[in-house]
Design a binder for this molecule. Structure first.
Ligand code: PLP
Length: 375
């Protein structure tokens, strides 16, 4: 794989121009970067820079900059370390065949980031600053955007409470950053069906809680159930709703879909405790356009067990930015262990996955206007 640096023809936006670029004094040598880009492992390799904006209650957002990637200074009394006041996002930058670099529906992530921040009593970052930070960082680290099948630069915007104060209230000081990590295929041996353990004794979110916000705390709560799933021999955990313990919500970090033999495609309705995935919303549009009967509704565990047993449910899949669509080949829980279809990757799952990744990689016309040029 080669990573030719692009002559950027897209004009720099005003939002990105607001960032002061302070280049690192120690960029990764070219040969080393190319070796890292040849086989990146998700979330282990980071680019040379990070975008950053600071916030205080008195001064608002200030000091938009792109600076050398490196450790953060945190006072041991920084609020985030004690009360978990933090939110994040996840997107990917894709290099198209002509060298241009694009991301997928980032306005959706900007809006969700603001909504998550609001729920965690963090300040809201404007869509302009969110998009500008992505563009400024990607242009600075343009040579880090890989090209090739299933390759992308994963972008991780996040915001945390930095105030030095152990009192329990919203932080008066906050840092916003974007870091970037080159990634290859999520599944190293090609897309293979995963197995799901349905948690019966744990929930990830409850009514009025933070389930609809993308915050680290939700992930912290999902780690023990995820370990339990692994102990049961499953790859991922699925959660049921906290009030009745009967209806599917989602996985720890992915939304869930059910495909019926009668050409219905269903996903749990957004009840306030489910994260509204950008991938989820995009899939709903793609399968609607294909003529499927699309339903956002309550999906019970009992109905899915029945459907898998009698063959009226033919596919299950999970979805999110990192893995796009992931076929589910097995669903297990206390007292049941069921194969989905014949246990192989579902036909609709793989077809929609192909359509979505083709749009993202510029191999299919972007008729929905989903792609956003970064460089
Ligand atoms: C990020 C996330 C998803 C997937 O959202 P996308 O926007 O599709 O990446 C689903 N569930 C949870 C809990 C998440 O944090």
């Amino acid at each position: 794989m080669s990573n030719t640096s692009t002559t950027t023809t897209a004009p720099l936006s005003d939002a990105a121009a607001a960032f002061d670029v302070r280049p690192t004094d120690a960029p990764t040598p070219v040969e080393q970067r190319e070796a890292l880009l040849a086989a990146p492992k998700f979330g282990t390799v980071f680019t040379d820079h990070m975008a950053r904006i600071s916030w205080t209650a008195e001064g608002g957002w200030s000091d938009r900059r792109v600076e050398k990637y490196g450790p953060l200074q945190l006072d041991p009394a920084a609020a985030v370390l004690h009360y978990g006041q933090e939110v994040f996002e996840g997107l990917k930058a894709y290099r198209h065949a002509d060298g241009s670099v694009w991301t997928f529906r980032p306005e959706k992530n900007a809006a969700r980031f603001a909504a998550s921040a609001h729920r965690l009593a963090l300040p809201q970052l404007s869509t302009e600053d969110f998009l500008g930070s992505l563009e400024a960082l990607v242009r600075t680290d343009l040579d880090w955007v890989p090209s090739g099948e299933e390759m992308s630069l994963y972008l991780r915007p996040f915001m945390y409470a930095s105030e030095v104060f152990l009192g329990v209230r919203a932080s008066q000081a906050v840092e916003y950053l974007v870091i970037a990590s080159p990634t290859g295929p999520y599944f190293s041996k090609g897309v293979n069906p995963v197995s799901i353990w349905v948690a019966q004794d744990f929930h990830r979110a409850g009514a009025g809680g933070t389930g609809a916000a993308k915050c680290g705390g939700n992930y912290a709560a999902s780690l023990l159930p995820q370990q339990e799933a692994a102990d049961k021999g499953c790859d991922q955990v699925a959660f049921l709703d906290a009030s009745t313990n009967t209806a599917f919500e989602e996985l720890g970090g992915m939304n869930l879909f059910v495909v019926g033999a009668d050409r219905t495609v269903s996903t749990p309705a957004l009840t306030g405790s489910i994260l509204e995935g950008v991938t989820r919303g995009s899939i709903l549009e793609l399968v609607t356009a294909r003529g499927y009967d699309v339903q956002e509704r309550t999906i019970t565990l009992a109905e899915v067990r029945q459907g898998l047993e009698d063959g009226s449910i033919v596919e299950l899949f999970a979805c999110g930015t990192a893995a796009v669509l992931t076929p589910i080949g097995r669903l297990a829980g206390e007292g049941f262990d069921l194969t989905v279809g014949d246990g192989a990757s579902g036909e609709l799952t793989m077809s929609v996955r192909g359509e979505l990744t083709d749009i993202q990689n510029g191999k299919r016309p972007d008729t929905h206007g989903w792609m956003y040029r970064l460089a």
